[in-house]
Design a protein around this ligand. Sequence first.
Ligand code: GDP
Length: 425
Amino acid sequence: MVKVIVGANWGDEGKGKITDVLAENCDVVVRFQGGANAGHTIINDYGKFALHLLPSGVFHQNIVNIIAPGVALDIDKLFKEYESLVERGVPKPSLFISDRAQVMMPYHVDFDKFEEERLGKGSFGSTKSGIAPFYGDKYLKIGIQVSQLYDEAILRERLTSVVTQKNALLEHLYHKPLIDLEALVQRLQGQAERIRPFVIDTTEYMHQALAEGKTILMEGQLGALRDPDHGIYPYVTSSSPLAGFSTVGGGVPATAIKDVLSVTKAYSSCVGAGPFVTELFDDEAEELRRRGGDAGEYGATTGRPRRVGWFDAVATRYGCKVHGATECVLTNLDVLAYLDEIPVCTAYEEGGETLTLFPSTPRLMRCKPVYETLPGWKAGIRGVTEFDKLPENCQKYIGFLEQQIGVPIRMISTGPKRSEILYRK
Ligand code: GDP
């Protein structure tokens, strides 16, 4: 059977830790979209790690980790990550890469930077990892699949055409140095040899694993509101982070999905540009940012300070709906221990109207939060593993969020470590 772990909001909900916890009882962990642009922070017996491209099952010896066709495969970054794990004492993970995954090119990363420079103030806050140019080329059908790296004639033919187009843009739009075809081919052939031992038909592998009764965990990156169709377009990512897309980018039958775990923080955080209705500013924001996560709310990939705000039930309800969440996981609950009162956004106000459904972007940009305020619990709950041992007001906060979201909250994370988790019946 297939379980999917996805973010209900803007990303950084703490999916990495939850995947690491759940991976223990799974056989295969799969990345199905995105690339090295986002990061999962995982703290376990080996230390603290920021994973970008590797699936979060890499710390478990019995797990097969898969980079599926939907991923933007940055080969150099993948190896850097793989090697840094091994250097820090993690046993060599078992890893497969799909022969249908497409390769992140150096020019994708360059074009990402050049385009953000060109847009200046109007930029989207890209992590400049090449993601948008990569997926742009994929859907223009000028991307390079892993399998094509091993056929020099095909590789050269495709790249010759791509380089002509890219060089015209480099010369006339961006005024930057041109791409050297020969150097590019050589670089790709070197990378192809490095990944050769890992490359298989991962779709077939997963279908067989399912036939053998194995459990596959699909690991989403970012969150529902960054989906290109259902999110806050254009402040979105370029591949779908929705649970349903795991069947497409991952390669499992849609009917195999049994559980969709939608992860949300006990407050909100968001990296990059775009509307963020419950955003806090100044001292209030600074305090929440400083206390959030395991070492403050700063991006795992970019180190950028995250924007923070109160829990947004309108956005989370919507996120869980578009994922088809069967349950919700609440993380970072321990962070709120310092507050006397905790506002929760239960509706938006726009042009004199009260909205409980998440609107499309132009309206969303005009929305103001409508808050209900709950009493805080003013007590540390770090590492509490039983629901009944949580302070009463803390239990009430969880109950209130659950009622607002309309999806059961079954797992609650009370600290960044693997052991700091509680299950609710
Ligand atoms: P992901 O991309 O969804 O995996 O999220 P990130 O790893 O970017 O962000 C989550 C942050 O919260 C990281 O700094 C985690 O170490 C941290 N974290 C996860 N769960 C908890 C928790 O329950 N409490 C606290 N204090 N930090 C947590």
